[in-house]
Design a protein around this ligand. Structure first.
Ligand SMILES: CC(C)(COP(=O)(O)OP(=O)(O)OC[C@H]1O[C@@H](n2cnc3c(N)ncnc32)[C@H](O)[C@@H]1OP(=O)(O)O)[C@@H](O)C(=O)NCCC(=O)NCCS
Length: 174
């Protein structure tokens, strides 16, 4: 009750002041802590597929198929997620490290399938996840990290330090 009263008093004082209002919400988000970790066998749940379906077509697969997929992951192919203290996955992304014959056996990192749950967007989580994956690319000794995105996400990736380069081409079989 004490805290609630003070929050209401602070809200009344700050609602007409954008800077203080932003500060107030920053403090709130600092108290919400998230962990970034690799996706695990135990993460199989309808919510995981609902999150991925916010990115693209993602019908559920069986638990067995999911476990086989997780078994294939390793240092060259990682699926990383951001979870709340209650272990709810709120953002997810993939990194694939490609070893090349060119550039003296150089390595290139590919970032794929980034999505933040719609209820958790605009809190900086997507940027934190990208930052983490870019760090993994650096640690692996990659000479560059690349990704494809739609026009409307260019602003997001620009804020994460990416720049437009080349042209994407594709052949779809399905
Ligand atoms: C794109 C997406 C991952 C961004 O996640 P998010 O957690 O909301 O992003 P963040 O809060 O970390 O945003 C970081 C910055 O980018 C900006 N931003 C986010 N999405 C943006 C967009 N589409 N265009 C321009 N800027 C954007 C934010 O305003 C923020 O700016 P700030 O630092 O000045 O405040 C999220 O909108 C999403 O999951 N979209 C649906 C799936 C998708 O399109 N994934 C990308 C596949 S390539």
């Amino acid at each position: 009750m004490y805290i609630q009263t003070h929050i209401h008093a602070l809200w009344a004082k700050t609602r007409n002041n954008k800077a203080i209002y932003g500060f107030f919400f920053s403090i709130f988000y600092i108290y919400m802590s998230y962990l970034i970790r690799n996706l695990l066998q135990t993460d199989y749940s309808p919510e995981l597929f609902e999150l991925l379906a916010q990115l693209t077509d993602c019908p559920p697969i069986s638990k067995e198929e999911y476990e086989q997929f997780i078994d294939l992951l390793g240092t060259q192919h990682q699926v990383v997620c951001m979870v709340t203290e209650k272990n709810q996955i709120v953002a997810i992304g993939t990194i694939i490290i490609e070893s090349k014959l060119i550039h003296g056996l150089g390595k290139v990192a590919h970032i794929e399938d980034i999505v933040t749950d719609s209820k958790f967007r605009s809190q900086g989580l997507g940027a934190q996840l990208i930052n983490y994956l870019v760090g993994k690319a650096r640690e692996a000794g990659c000479y560059k990290v690349i990704l494809d995105c739609s026009e409307h996400n260019i602003g997001f990736y620009s804020k994460c330090g990416f720049e437009k380069k080349g042209v994407q081409m594709a052949q779809y079989f399905l």
